[in-house]
Structure formats: structure tokens, C-alpha cells
Design a protein around this ligand. Structure first.
Ligand SMILES: [Zn+2]
Length: 285
């Protein structure tokens, strides 16, 4: 990351090429999640990397990501949207993340997230960010139960009113939270390679909690998390699901329909996407 923080041309190109990469893997739609602040080099945005200060604002970052995504979608025939992250230990950024979600709502931003160290406090600014997003009709997902306990998933559902949970693996430590998630049909974004590389779970795909999610009939999708960091591609993650989680073509197709249903697209566009997926899958379903 240090090499492209504050480099708008590179950030745009990365966004554009993400569309190319995912289109080559056969994806028809994706949501890319990132923190605009972590690519800004403003002095007030002291991030984790010691890069030279400059004048690239978080808003500039969102603007060029949107340009890259729009142009890439068109050139590679794929639909794409973005989700902006609040960062757990940077509550002072949260109001601006919400403002950016509102300003760029549906161009290409469709959701808000809370990322980073789950063991840290949930600051009121994050709660306000989620409440403001709900009021503005912006969708909500939240990292919870990845490294942190099942109670974080409960907080994300009950206090932050998240519709999707990032990871959520540790939910099975508390049956009451499993019950809550089932009642509310919460969608879980499971990322196999990431789940073992981050140390969230043991490196044993045959005993992965994705199987438990599936056995319980819960609503999940298979995702890459950080492709560059973990060497995870959608193709690799789907083959892990096939080889270790016992998912056949039909199970993978049904899961893809769940992912589409849980997407943050406006209802009419979502219905359109589901319709075209069902046509693609008609031999399998
Ligand atoms: Zn993540």
C-alpha cells in the first residue's frame, strides 16, 4: 500500500483492473470494500504507513475509484459497486465516511462497513455512522466474529443493524447468537483462504466452520477478502468450497444466488441480476 497512497492515477488503475481480473474469473457482479482514508495522504489522516504528506483527500480517492470502477465495468462487461469502511480505532474518520457514502450513494457506493481490530472499543462515532447510513438508505455490513467473539456479531446485528456480517466464524461459540442470526436471515461473507491466513481459524479446510454454516442452512457467500494479500482468487475460493466443504455445482449455484440476494444493489437491479443468473444456472439447478 505505501507505494500508491496518495497516487490517484494508480488507485484509479487498480480499480479499473479489478473489474478486468474479476471479469476474467467469470464474475458478473462484485462489491469492493475499502477505506478511502487509508489511501489519502492528508496530514490530518495519519495512517499506518509512513508516507510523505500531500493533498489527496479521502473524497478524491472515492472519486477516482468510482471512475475506475465505472470505466472497468463498461470495458469488461461486469457490474461493480463499492462499500466504504469505517476503521475501528479511527472513530474520528467515521462521520466523513458516512458523508462520502451519502454523497456517492449508488455512484458506485452502496454500503458502509466497520473494519480493523475487533478487540477495540466500539466508539459512538461508529454507531452514529451505522444509524446515519440506515436513515439514508445505505446498506450495512460489519466485520464481526472474525478474530473477535460471537458477542461482536450480536452487537453488529442488534446495535449496528448490519444486514451482512464480514466473516462471523466465531458465532458458533454462542448458540444464542446463531439463533439470532438465523431468525434475522443475516448473510455471512465467508472468506476461506483469508480465514486461515489471518489466524482467525486453524489451517484445516476439512473442518472449516463454513460446513457448519451450510449444515445449519444459514445464508452465506464465498468471498476473496484481500486478493493481493492472501493470494486468494474467486476461482481458488470456489475450488476450496468444492473440494473441502462438499459443495457441488448445484450448491455453488444456490450459494451464488444467495450472494446476489444479499447484494446491496437497488431492488430492481438485483431482481434483474438474479433473473439472468437463474438463466445461466438452469442446467444445474
Ligand atoms: Zn475482511
Amino acid at each position: 500500500m505505501p507505494v500508491f497512497i496518495g497516487d490517484l492515477e494508480s488507485i484509479k488503475r487498480i480499480s479499473y483492473e479489478l473489474c478486468e481480473d474479476l471479469s476474467k474469473e467469470g464474475a458478473v457482479y462484485f462489491e469492493a470494500r475499502y477505506s478511502p482514508h487509508l489511501f489519502s495522504n492528508l496530514p490530518r489522516v495519519k495512517n499506518f504507513f509512513n508516507v510523505p504528506e500531500g493533498d489527496v483527500t479521502p473524497r478524491d480517492v472515492v472519486r477516482v475509484v468510482n471512475e475506475g470502477i465505472r470505466e472497468g465495468s463498461k470495458d469488461f462487461g461486469i457490474q461493480a459497486r463499492t462499500v466504504l469502511c469505517m476503521i475501528r480505532d479511527k472513530p474520528e474518520w467515521s462521520a466523513e465516511v458516512l458523508e462520502l457514502c451519502e454523497e456517492f450513494h449508488n455512484d458506485t457506493v452502496v454500503g458502509i462497513d466497520l473494519a480493523n481490530n475487533e478487540m477495540l472499543e466500539l466508539y459512538t462515532q461508529h454507531i452514529e455512522g451505522f444509524k446515519g447510513a440506515k436513515t439514508a438508505g445505505i446498506h450495512r455490513t460489519c466485520h464481526a466474529g472474525e478474530m473477535g467473539p460471537a458477542s461482536n456479531v450480536q452487537t453488529a446485528i442488534e446495535i449496528l443493524e448490519a444486514e451482512r456480517i464480514g466473516h462471523g466464524y466465531h458465532i458458533f461459540d454462542d448458540e444464542s447468537v446463531v439463533k439470532l442470526a438465523k431468525e434475522k436471515s443475516i448473510h455471512f461473507e465467508v472468506c476461506p483462504t483469508s480465514s486461515t491466513r489471518t489466524g482467525a481459524l486453524e489451517d484445516d479446510f476439512d473442518n472449516h466452520c463454513a460446513k457448519r454454516f451450510l449444515n445449519e442452512g444459514m445464508n452465506i457467500s464465498i468471498n476473496t477478502d484481500d486478493p493481493t494479500l492472501f493470494g486468494a482468487t474467486l476461482t481458488r475460493e470456489f475450488s476450496i468450497a468444492r473440494n473441502h466443504f462438499g459443495m457441488d455445482d448445484r450448491a455453488l449455484a444456490l450459494m451464488t444466488l444467495n450472494a446476489a440476494q444479499a447484494s446491496f444493489l437497488p431492488d430492481d437491479q438485483k431482481a434483474e441480476m438474479i433473473k439472468s443468473l437463474k438463466v445461466k444456472f438452469k442446467e444445474i439447478l
